[in-house]
Design a protein around this ligand. Structure first.
Ligand SMILES: [Zn+2]
Length: 291
């Protein structure tokens, strides 16, 4: 029995586009070809960025493409107790400090905090206008990436765990959720490479062994811009799911033995063939969808 547990964790900031469908597909194929579980988590920890009903549209698109997850869908907005518990654990270990400095102010002061930023002790009271930040005790981070091989990244800035506005930060929430859901393999886009050192630091502080990280290329348009809402990437057309999947298989140079007639059949063939060596070890991959 395999212990592989992977996940797809989109933010509900809009409908899925080809780039996010690609992310779902790659993490799905990795999990299924390892006889693993594939979980779906809606990362709506940031209520300010959440778009109403986007999570429903994401779910519909996954279902239309037969990318069906295991277990119940989890929503970060319902998991604050987990994040609060981890914050307390980190505070008890003196890994946190309260800080009013904005990113801009820190940049202007070359990363130097105000004298009043309490780097030694923790004020347990809710402090208005103070963010809770993580005290980085080392700056060099290495890991053996499942796709990119040996990676080494320098990370110098203390980072936010809970924002001034009271929202839990992405880094804290994602690590708490991955730990709580026993995720063993994180397969995600290379746009999140810079997050990996911060997450490794959190795993270390929380005394949990980190999962295996793998970073695949993000899809870019003809101008080398990452496909996203900001670069006007089109929403995935749920009426042509088989065509959409076959386009992504072509991008991965996956040689299907014959033309499948349904999405289920297409995925079955892909899982059988799948090997992560089909994923190029690059940071970007050009995607020019047919019209
Ligand atoms: Zn500060």
């Amino acid at each position: 029995m395999s212990l592989y547990r992977g996940r797809f964790a989109p933010s509900p900031t809009g409908p899925l586009h080809s780039g996010s469908l690609f992310a779902a597909l790659v993490s799905f194929l990795e999990a299924r070809s390892n006889q693993g579980k594939w979980l779906l988590r809606i990362e709506n920890v940031d209520a300010q960025r959440e778009q109403a009903n986007a999570h429903r549209s994401i779910i519909e698109t996954l279902q239309a493409h037969s990318l069906i997850w295991d277990e119940e869908i989890s929503f970060q907005s319902e998991r604050s107790h987990l994040y609060e518990h981890a914050l307390k654990q980190l505070a008890d270990q003196q890994y946190t400090f309260q800080c009013p400095c904005s990113r801009k102010q820190l940049k202007e002061r070359n990363g130097v905090h105000l004298e009043t930023c309490n780097k030694q002790t923790i004020n347990q009271k809710e402090l208005v206008n103070f963010a809770t930040k993580f005290k980085l005790l080392k700056t060099e981070f290495s890991w053996e990436d499942g796709i990119l091989g040996k990676k080494h990244i320098t990370c110098q800035n203390d980072f936010v765990l809970k924002r001034k506005e009271g929202f839990y930060a992405y880094q804290l929430a994602v690590v708490c959720d991955d730990i709580a859901q026993n995720i063993t393999h994180i397969v995600r886009g290379s746009d999140l490479l810079d997050s990996t050192p911060m997450q490794l630091a959190l795993y270390n502080a929380l005394k949990v062994p980190p999962p295996k990280f793998s970073h695949f290329p993000v899809l870019v348009n003809s101008q080398n811009q990452k496909l996203s809402k900001q670069t006007f990437a089109q929403a995935v057309n749920n009426h042509t799911p088989l065509k959409n999947l076959l386009e992504l298989f072509t991008l991965l140079k996956l040689p299907l033995p014959q033309k499948p007639s349904t999405t289920e059949e297409a995925l079955k063939m892909a899982i059988k063939l799948w090997d992560k060596h089909y994923i190029p070890a690059t940071n970007t991959l050009k995607h020019m969808p047919s019209v």
